[in-house]
Design a protein around this ligand. Sequence first.
Ligand code: 3UK
Length: 551
Amino acid sequence: MKHAAMAHSAHVDTFCLENLPPADLWPERRFDRVPELAYPARLNCAAELLDAAVAAGHGDRPVFHFPGGHWTYHDLLVRANRIANVLVHSIGLVPGNRVLLRGFNNPMMAACWFGIVKAGGVVVCTMPMLRTRELEAIADKAEVSIAFTDHRIAAECRQAMATHANGAPRARSRVVEFGADVPHSLELMMVHQPPTFANCDTSAEDIALIAFTSGTTGEGKGTMHAHRDVMAITDCFPRYVLKPGADDVFCGSPPFAFTFGLGGLVLFPMRVGASAALLEQASPPQLLDGIVNFRATTVFTAPTAYRAMCAQLAGRDLSSLRHCVSAGEALPRATFDAWLAATGIRIIDGIGATEMLHIFISAAGDDIRPGSTGRVVPGYEARVVDADGKPVPPGTVGRLAVRGPTGCRYLHNLERQRAYVRDGWNLTGDSYLCDADGHFWYQARTDDMIISSGYNISGPEVEGALLLHPAVQECAVVGLPDEERGQIVSAFVVLRDASARSDALARDLQAFVKREIAPYKYPRRVTFVDALPRTATGKLQRFRLREEHRA
Ligand code: 3UK
């Protein structure tokens, strides 16, 4: 038996237990720093967030608003129960099976999330813009055999579930579409199922979701989170920093597949009996319309969106808005100031990570120091360390180390596990300084990840797509500083035939990348060069491209 946890697990399918890192590589997870984290040994987070909310009398209150209506907590419970019954009785899910979820932020997506977790399944939520290639890689890594997909974007999901990334057929996979009464749709299957469900009696330590992050190596990494971790994020940042109430209306742009969105738009409102307005498309003007139309009080989005919205406020009534949360990348001081001037609201910055599930450093109200990310969130500990992992004095730049109830457990990736977790602390890959008052000031990413408009984009992954184009000899993709987006994806391309250089070819390369991988990853800047800087051993020197650009 690999882990003591196995003895108490409800997982019949032991894939997650088998593929967790060995316990000596786990970060230290502490549940004793705030009293709310003392969860029972048997815990199903879906039951805790949904069944318990109805039992507490929230059944008739709205949980999700959408254009044209709302669902109450009771509506959501009945749907989630029927979906759990479909999974167990029609599809044959056994606890521990991974279920891929593909769709836009809407109530049915959330109902699927709860249905899977109630049944003891493990949610693998994916962003709607991912393409077949990326879905295949995720389905391979998480060994997914069941997928729920929005019917509007079902084709790529069906393709990905039919074959492995290496082209071999995927055995015994099942894809169910939702969102329309198409033949064999999830909705039609639900009709035949009862509205009640006996929730899977999971251990608090059983894995509830695998969230994928785009890694520096170009390959997305799966991060595994237990039922207890899901509850813990609801009892730290929101409880101690945001402090929402049952009348709050949450709204925002991050997709559920990004744990920033899952927390901010589903878990956090539900923990306090509040509601969320779900937007399928949430570009800055659409998010503003959402805030106005649903009288949102609390918004979750990225710094670039706040910056863009500043210019679009005229004629819009934002008087409902009270709390604005920013995460995903550093919040520039200029954006904080512009939003404050335009709305009178001080943005709550917060740093989180997929590995940590949600925000662990933040500040609200009078505790905000503009330009600083904030102080460690109650429940967590954070410090700045040197290359040896030793704490550095206040005011010194170093690497950010954090630990608390949640932490990094990569799916089947010991190399990355050893790099992220050292001496029980999670190293996020960010350089920070902490001042004498305990405020943390972001400096930079310590690795090569490109962060553009709040999205983490891996340069090597974009390179991989470009290299599939017949005109490309070799290429390097780096992030270059950009006013609007923080960084922009910039490709340096060596052509097979240098005389083919043209603006038309640059545009063709961009369109090509958009077809190969999620469109947001495409290089907004394409520069043709004769050669790329390399070390004597042939390794690409990305930092030199960035330096050359600066010079
Ligand atoms: C960077 C920030 C400066 C930082 C996330 C809130 O972003 C989230 O998760 P990811 O795995 O990326 C993690 C990395 O993004 N970052 C995030 N927030 C900030 N840098 N200031 C910030 N406020 O490099 C971090 O290591 O995509 C954020 C909640 C859940 C999340 N998953």
